[in-house]
Design a protein around this ligand. Structure first.
Ligand code: GLN
Length: 196
């Protein structure tokens, strides 16, 4: 058992990266904001935050981060992707902008903004497999709707739809755990990162 804190990167193109950084530090991790390819060096875990998936992908392309990020995740880097982060990784994106494509690393088809616009944001108590204890407060803000899943394992549903999925080293969520005080899903990443 190691006793130093694992180093977790938070993709910081735009979106909710500051909230994830705080949640990770409160969960016992060291953190680094990832703004270019050099920032991936030495990471033991990664968060792809919520925000705007189109902007995030465009900015990653611009700074040359898209391919190195793909390689890092494909190489097994423990990853937590939330909301826009899930869209960025998806195999198929509908209602995307300008022929928006996901990176194809997560075997799901998602509909962007499938739960409606900002005013349709909601909270729901979710049973997340493997978390133990009480339900998890799911905060949904213009979240992607999972329309079909392939090899990804569904670990939570809401009204019959998958809202949390695991596939290998990736945990992908339609909701925003960084906006609650429940740290269990960040702790899950910290644990996976320290076991790596
Ligand atoms: N609707 C946003 C997108 O398409 C995601 C919303 C979010 O991350 N809260 O990227």
């Amino acid at each position: 058992m190691r006793n130093d804190a694992p180093l977790i990167g938070v993709l910081a193109m735009q979106g909710a990266f500051a909230e994830h950084k705080r949640a990770l530090e409160a969960s016992g991790a060291r953190t680094r904001l990832v703004k270019n390819r050099e920032d991936l060096e030495g990471l033991e875990g990664l968060v792809l935050p919520g925000g705007e998936s189109t902007t995030m992908t465009m900015l990653m392309e611009r700074v040359g981060l898209l391919e190195p990020l793909r390689d890092a995740i494909t190489g097994g880097l423990p990853t937590l992707a939330t909301c826009a982060g899930m869209i960025v990784l998806a195999r198929e994106v509908t209602d995307g902008m300008h022929g928006q494509k996901g990176m194809g690393l997560l075997d799901v088809a998602v509909r962007r903004n499938g739960y409606g616009r900002q005013v349709d944001s909601f909270e729901a108590e979710l049973e997340v497999a493997g978390l133990g204890g009480k339900s998890f407060p799911g905060v949904f803000i213009r979240s992607p709707l999972v329309e079909s899943t392939g090899s990804a394992e569904v670990v939570a549903t809401h009204e019959g739809r998958a809202v949390a999925l695991r596939q290998g080293n990736i945990l992908a969520l339609c909701f925003h755990p960084e906006l609650t005080s429940d740290r269990r899903l960040h702790q899950d990443l910290v644990k996976r990162a320290s076991e790596r």
